[in-house]
Design a protein around this ligand. Structure first.
Ligand code: F6R
Length: 257
């Protein structure tokens, strides 16, 4: 039976980012203490920037990430790695260039794979996740249309890593960074909903007023492909870390103080 993900309301985006960074830091340190690896699923976008800054701070204070393997959720199709809007560029800029994760343990879908190789490439991405032992903790943001990764409205709950077409709201939201909607790639490689649901723990971050409506919908009982984030209601260990603004529609779910 579906159960509701638990919302955690933080006074600020910074507080929420620090809480998740400290959960990740404890996981990394406790696994390292017993010689075990950790597999993280990571997101891009404006939301996790504070989380990544905090992870970099933990590393500068002595935490090693040498036992960490990462898999990013998605990448625009048709963008070379060195394009300033590629997620490869984003992740290296905000995180990977500042941590000691061995380069071969970093996985980001490659947006420059030729069309005919895409099906094999996507299955190989899934195989690599499986070979690593599966994702221990998946970090998610959420689109205003309820997308998770680039699983857009209408996405199947059974999908693994695949090529997807971006929804018009997703394109509109990316238009500023690309200079105009026409410059936003129309397709992307994304982990599927099933890939995300197979992670052992999922933490979704959402900050700011523009996310309040979709956070309320995602946490209202009822799973629908029209709001892919509602699929998270099918997961046993998922938390929503939201700031006051993104959580402003959640009073009923949170109950009395
Ligand atoms: C990014 C991703 C997307 C974003 C979402 C929110 O890897 O998969 O689902 O998490 O579009 O983006 P921001 O954080 O920019 O609001």
């Amino acid at each position: 039976m579906a159960s509701l993900p638990s919302p955690h309301l933080f006074p600020s985006a910074e507080a929420a980012s620090k809480a998740l960074a400290s959960e990740i830091g404890e996981l990394v340190a406790s696994r390292a203490a017993t010689g075990q690896p950790v597999v993280l699923g990571l997101a891009t976008g404006s939301t996790p920037i504070g989380l990544y800054a905090e992870l970099v701070r933990l590393h500068r204070n002595g935490l090693s990430f040498a036992n960490v393997t990462t898999f990013n959720l998605d990448e625009y199709l048709g963008l070379p790695r060195d394009h300033k809007e590629s997620y490869w560029h984003f992740m290296h800029d905000h995180l990977f260039d500042h941590l000691d994760i061995p380069r071969e343990k970093i996985h980001i879908p490659d947006g420059s794979i030729p069309e005919e190789d895409l099906p094999n490439y996507c299955s190989e991405y899934e195989n690599a996740i499986a070979r690593s032992g599966g994702i221990d903790l998946q970090v998610l943001g959420i689109g205003r249309n309820g997308h998770i990764g680039f699983n857009e409205p209408g996405a199947s709950s059974e999908s693994y890593t695949h090529v997807t077409t971006l929804n018009e709201i997703t394109i509109a939201d990316a238009a500023d960074s690309f200079g105009s909607p026409q410059n936003v790639p129309v397709r992307a490689i994304t982990m599927g909903v099933r890939t995300i649901l197979e992670a052992r723990r999922v933490v979704l971050l959402a900050f700011g007023k523009s996310k309040a409506g979709i956070i309320r919908r995602a946490l209202t009982p009822g799973v629908t492909s029209e709001v892919p984030a509602t699929y998270l209601q099918l997961h046993q260990d998922v938390s929503f870390f939201v700031d006051e603004e993104a959580g402003s529609g959640l009073r009923e779910q949170l109950g009395p103080e």
